[in-house]
Design a protein around this ligand. Structure first.
Ligand code: SF4
Length: 332
């Protein structure tokens, strides 16, 4: 049984200029101990999907799903109290910018002890002991002194380690990491990714890695979902997505990965910009930017079609009789 199972998730924001259909029917499963990546440009719906699972969106967001099961329990049917108990205890979240996620008015120790006292009912001394243990796990030097400091006294990398310690504080079975390295410089990014990978190995926690960086996906994940315009356009193992991609948007993402110094391959940007999700196109959301778009593409959303047991894609080029365009061919 999957640890997390999301079935047909839809999230809409009701704002003054209309309804933004940010997530338009996302289905995803994550197994126990598995690392799944969600990749796509800003505004494609990847973060909103996961924030919807945790009910971490403002009041004007409307979240609907056929089912959202965590370890067999349907999260959509729980009372707010039971939902908080499961999500707070068993799902940890790491946000993009640790400076805005930590409260500047409280010490690191106060903020880290709070979930243990609320969710686990621990006394102060016991909570302090657990916090010190977790700070050592995330390789924070001199954790006793760090507990007395405020967020602004720590570097960006150190603050992100604190956020990771907070995410693993209640020994969650799933960690959702939302662009955990985007706000950090390159050398610190590598350290944080190494730390996440080693913690996952030690604790056996499942991880959902939200990122726009395919390099992060290649280094950490076993499966990946590519999102565009509020829908998953392709999903597969990392090998399938990197070596046998079938969707033109995935091709575009792969072509826009920066090359190593000295390599001659050209960096090819994807022209245009993502669709307006207040009035999303009724057909394939990539139509306006796709070099292979056909008349049918603008008329109806293509189905997510299986290619193997693990690989599926949403594109009319997979239809019988469609022009033969392949990833290899698309690069020439
Ligand atoms: Fe391009 Fe059409 Fe495929 Fe969409 S369905 S990616 S527009 S070819």
């Amino acid at each position: 049984m999957a640890l997390l199972e999301i079935d047909n998730l839809r999230t809409t924001f009701d704002i003054h200029v209309g309804k933004v259909q940010a997530v338009r029917g996302v289905s995803l499963t994550v197994g126990e101990g598995e690392t799944v990546g969600i990749v796509g440009e800003s505004g494609c719906g990847k973060s909103v999907s996961m924030l919807s699972v945790l009910h971490l969106l403002p009041d004007y967001a409307r979240i609907e799903a056929d089912a959202m099961r965590f370890d067999g329990t349907d999260l959509t049917k729980l009372s707010p109290k039971m939902f908080r108990r499961i999500s707070g205890d068993q799902i940890g979240m790491i946000f993009q910018d640790p400076m805005t996620s930590l409260n500047p008015l409280f010490t690191i120790g106060q903020q880290l002890m709070e979930p243990l006292r609320i969710h686990k009912g621990m006394k102060r001394d016991e909570a302090r002991r657990v916090v010190l243990e977790k700070l050592r796990m995330v390789e924070i030097p001199d954790p006793e002194s760090r507990m007395k400091q405020y967020p602004h006294e720590l570097s960006g990398g150190m603050r992100q380690r604190i956020m990771i310690a907070m995410a693993i504080m209640c020994n969650p079975r799933l960690i959702i990491a939302d662009e955990p390295t985007t706000a950090l410089d390159v050398t610190i990014q590598a350290q944080i990714l190494d730390l996440l990978a080693s913690l996952q190995k030690q604790l056996g926690t499942a991880v959902i890695m939200i990122t726009h960086d395919l390099g992060v996906i290649a280094g950490m994940c076993s499966r990946v979902a590519v999102m565009y315009g509020g829908v998953i356009v392709e999903q597969g193992t990392v090998r399938e997505i990197f070596y046998e991609p079938r969707h033109p948007y995935t091709w575009g993402l792969l072509r826009s990965i920066p090359q190593k110094a000295g390599e001659k391959k050209k960096l090819v940007p994807i022209p245009g910009s993502p669709p307006d999700l207040i009035a999303p196109p009724k057909g394939c959301p990539f139509t306006a930017r796709c070099p292979y778009a056909m008349n049918v593409c603008a008329q109806a959303m293509p189905e997510l079609r299986p290619l193997t047991d693990t690989h599926c894609a949403r594109c009319y080029l997979m239809d019988e009789g469609a022009p033969k365009v392949t990833w290899e061919g698309s690069r020439t």
